[in-house]
Design a protein around this ligand. Structure first.
Ligand code: MG
Length: 204
């Protein structure tokens, strides 16, 4: 079974507002990335490598077992999490949005999903908010706190299960807090998780 990469948009109100987007209330905004988007922390071939991208740091969930559409999901379905960057061609996205077209070429391209190493879900206390941050060139750009998410991890899983099965190894980008800005090929970046404490250094 192939891997599906789900991405949730506008899941932090402060980020939705910074891009002048409406804040969703009834259901999450969902889009997909294709698997060639996946890359690690080391420099790696990118589509549109001559361009600047926008960084969006996000908590990424990995589904650990197959789930059938209609099931109500619990967090036991998640076997690992990490921090990732949902890299975005923002200018392209603006043009596509203006014309009411899909975001695919702005969001799903080779190298557009930067992934940190996996953290076993057993090491995560999901009862407490997860706090995370991104520095680019040593400068703090984004700070996130999952208590500010509009839709919780469980609500996201349950919503995805209203229209699809989920499979072990599917990934879910859960949205980004405010502070999205430019990152260029070659820029060093640091993704940090507060508890459990993890620091992931990378270079675009
Ligand atoms: Mg995003």
């Amino acid at each position: 079974m192939s891997q599906t990469i789900y991405c949730i948009g506008r899941n932090y109100a402060d980020h939705a507002r910074e891009l002048n987007n409406p804040v969703p209330t009834e259901k999450p905004v969902v889009f997909l990335k294709a698997s060639p988007a996946l890359r690690g922390l080391e420099p790696s071939p990118m589509a549109f490598a001559q361009q600047k991208y926008h960084h969006e740091i996000e908590i990424v969930l990995r589904v650990g077992k197959d789930l059938t559409m209609g099931q109500k999901a619990t967090l036991t379905a998640i076997d690992a999490i990490t921090l990732g960057l949902d890299l975005t061609r923002r200018d392209e996205q603006y043009l596509l949005k203006k014309d009411g077209l899909p975001w695919t070429t702005a969001k799903s391209f080779k190298g557009s999903a930067v992934m940190g190493p996996w953290i076993n879900a057993r090491d995560i206390n999901f009862d407490h908010p997860l706090k995370f941050s991104l520095k680019v060139n040593q400068e703090l750009r984004q700070s996130g706190d999952t208590s500010h998410m509009i839709f919780t991890f469980e609500e996201i899983l349950t919503y995805l299960l209203t229209f699809n099965d989920l499979h072990a190894s599917d990934l879910i980008f859960t949205g980004t807090p405010k502070g999205v800005a430019e990152i260029q090929v070659g820029d060093p970046f640091t993704m940090s998780l507060e508890q459990p404490h993890r620091i992931f250094e990378g270079r675009l």
